[in-house]
Structure formats: C-alpha cells, structure tokens
Design a protein around this ligand. Structure first.
Ligand code: ARG
Length: 389
C-alpha cells in the first residue's frame, strides 16, 4: 500500500517555531505512544437505566433481581484500580508518560432543565469522552444522560495540555438536550426479527434531530477518520464532525456494521493495528460499500478469533460483549497490549509479527471496556499521513 505525508501537518503547524514543545499530537491508533491518560475507577456507579440505555444482568439471575443503582462496591473498585494501576506502571516502565483523571464521586443525581438521572457513571473510559485528532483535543457531545458531565474528571489535564502547548486546539462539541424526545424508546422493544428487517436503516435509540456522538465511535487512520453510526452516534453527529474536521484537512467517513444490532463504540468491531491492517469482528462485518474504500487501498481485514468467554461468562454487570477481547491498545506499529486471558488474540497477533504484551484487565470490564476504552492517547510519534491516497 502507498502512504504519503499529507499537507495537513503544514496546515496545522501554526505560527510557533520549533522551540515550542509538542504536547498534543496523535494521528492514528498505532504510532509509538508517548503520552497517555489511563482511567480510574474511584467514585464509580452502576450505569443507570435511561431512555438511551437499558443495562442488563448477565448470566443467571435470582427471581426479581434487578440491575443495581448507586455506587459500585469498594472491593469492585479496588480490583479495577489494581489493574488500571498495573497497566499504568507497565506503560511508564516503557518510557510512556502516564496521566490520570481527577477523583470524582459519581454518586450524585443530575438535574438539568430537560432531564434527571439518579447517579452519574465513572471515569474508567476516557476513550468514550475525549479524542485527540492531530493537534486537537475534542470533547464529545456524549449520548447518555449519566455521562453528560463525564468530561469533568479530564478537564484539569486538558487545561494543562492547553497551557503547555500553544498549538493545541481545544474544542467541546455542543451538548445535546438529552430530553425525552431526543430518544426513540421504542428501539428497546423491537424483536430480533424486526431488528434484522431494519438492519440497514441504522436507526437506534437516539433520534436524528440533535447532533450526538461519543468519542469512541471514531477510529483514526491519519488523514482519514472513520465514524460508526450507532446507538451513541447519529447522522447529525457525524455531519457535525465532518464540518468540524474537514476544514482542518481530515476526511470523515461514516462506517456501518449492519449485523451489530446494538452498536456502540467502534473499538470492539473495527480496530486498526498498523498501516494496511485492521482487526475485524467476524460477527459484525463492515457494510460492503464501506469495505471498498479499504480494499481498493490495499488494506487487509484480519478477523478476530473467538473470545475466551461467551457473553454469558462476561462479568455479571458488564454491558459490553465478549468482543472486549479485541479491544487492544497499540503502543507502536509492532507492539500491542492485550488482555491476559485472550489467548486466541495473542496467537493471532504474534503470527502477524506483533510483539504481544499481556495484562490482567477483566476486573475493568464491568466499567465499560477494556484496554483501548480505558485509555486516551495524547501524543504519539509521527505525522499525519495519507493511507488512502
Ligand atoms: N459495544 C461494544 C461491545 O460490546 C463495547 C465497546 C466498548 N468500547 C468503549 N470504548 N467503551 O462490543
């Protein structure tokens, strides 16, 4: 495949001379990682039910047992923090600068003019909330009420980056109302047959009036940014991203995975590993029309192997699928961090020539994700390149 360095870097270089240190710069998911934010579990609550969300208990359930509301137990939080701290130490050992969000107590009801929720959620998954696009740090609109203020634990870090890096662009997307009529609650009542019949409509629990997106529905491949239409990102959300990013020289591409009936966040579905190679989810093939762009530019899709657990074997309160197995974190184009138990993924990536580092992370799963979700890369070596010339 051919790669060219894009004029975008020149466009964004700005007025400052070479003596100004670069703090924020990350164009893709694989270049050598230099600085990263790792989430923390302190203060976390169970994700409350709301129009855009219906949490379910996994596996066996006692009669009448319902999904808990309120703070997670101290022990659950301690175990997740142990794994998050361990990941942080491993990254630091490799010479990567690791920063952590503020400790926030999410056990507070929220009330705005349009809605209220009994608690907020957590700060384990910065990936969902904030994204680095070159020299820009962009805070997502978010799609769920309990996550409306989830940018707050990261604001001290964002301000620090902004103060230290005069070329950093700081943008917060407009907050949606999250009023009742922003959502389509009938989505939750559809039968499997109805979902199958409508799979090409890409209509989920969020309507199409207000721009809505979570940062984790995006994946970055140099000049090209791919955004999944999902339960957490709607078409106006993608249009907003296009108008925001295309004047900066990026190209925004909506992508679709019709067989995922509950799509949310692209990083268990379509995970670029290095130029020309994407880890794909065999249960959720990309729509043919979207695939063409990759294949005609000589990209290859590598199907993830079966995960180490079934969906029912995932932690009881985990709302993500077993495909957290493929939620890997690249720290360079040939080094990838994977969850300890996901031996199928380790084997596959080693066969592709990657160095695989493994860490325990299953105690983080019920906080919304695995290694990619729980991190936000602030700086990676490298420039903006065009991998789809
Ligand atoms: N919806 C995805 C799945 O269950 C989980 C995505 C988690 N990603 C994240 N960035 N929180 O397959």
């Amino acid at each position: 495949m051919s790669v060219t360095t894009s004029p975008t870097d020149a466009g964004l270089a700005g007025s400052s001379g070479p003596e100004v240190p670069t703090v924020v710069s990350s164009w893709n998911e694989w270049d050598p990682l230099e600085e990263v934010v790792v989430g923390r579990a302190d203060g976390a609550c169970f994700d409350p039910a709301e129009p855009g969300y219906r949490p379910q208990i996994r596996g066996p359930r006692a009669p009448g047992e319902t999904f808990p509301v309120g703070p997670k137990s101290a022990e659950t939080i301690r175990r997740a923090n142990e794994e998050l701290d361990n990941l942080s130490a491993l990254l630091a050992d490799r010479g990567i600068v690791v920063r952590r969000p503020d400790v926030v107590n999410f056990d507070h009801p929220l009330r705005t003019p349009e809605f209220d929720v009994p608690t907020q959620y957590c700060s384990v998954c910065p990936r969902d909330v904030v994204i680095t696009l070159g020299r820009q740090v962009l805070e997502a609109t978010m799609s769920r009420r309990a996550r409306y203020f989830e940018y707050l634990p990261y604001r001290r870090l964002i301000r620090d980056y902004w103060n230290r890096d005069p070329r950093m662009i700081w943008t917060a997307a407009p907050k949606p109302s999250m009023a009742d009529d922003m959502y389509r609650e009938e989505f939750w009542e559809l039968t499997q047959e109805e979902r199958f019949a409508r799979m090409h409509e890409f209509e989920f629990c969020v309507g199409q009036e207000e721009p809505v997106f979570d940062a984790a529905d995006m994946t970055r491949m140099g000049r090209d940014v791919f955004v999944q239409e999902s339960m957490t990102t709607n078409r106006p959300g993608i249009a907003w991203l296009r108008r925001e990013l295309e004047p900066r020289g990026l190209r925004v591409h909506p992508v679709h995975f019709p067989l995922d009936f509950f799509p949310s966040h692209i990083d268990c579905t379509f995970v670029p590993l290095r130029p020309g190679l994407v880890l794909t989810n065999p249960d959720r093939p990309i729509k043919d029309e979207d695939a063409t762009f990759f294949t005609k530019n000589d990209w290859r899709f590598l199907d993830a192997p079966e995960a180490s657990s079934t969906n029912d074997e995932m932690p009881k309160y985990c709302q993500s699928s077993r495909w957290l197995s493929m939620n890997v974190l690249s720290i360079s184009p040939d080094t990838i961090i994977c969850e300890d138990s996901e031996v199928g993924v380790h084997r596959l990536l080693r066969a592709e020539g990657f160095e695989v580092i493994t860490v325990p992370f299953r105690n983080v799963y019920e906080f919304g994700g695995s290694l990619h979700c729980a991190t936000w890369d602030v700086r990676r070596t490298g420039e903006c390149a065009d991998y789809f010339p």
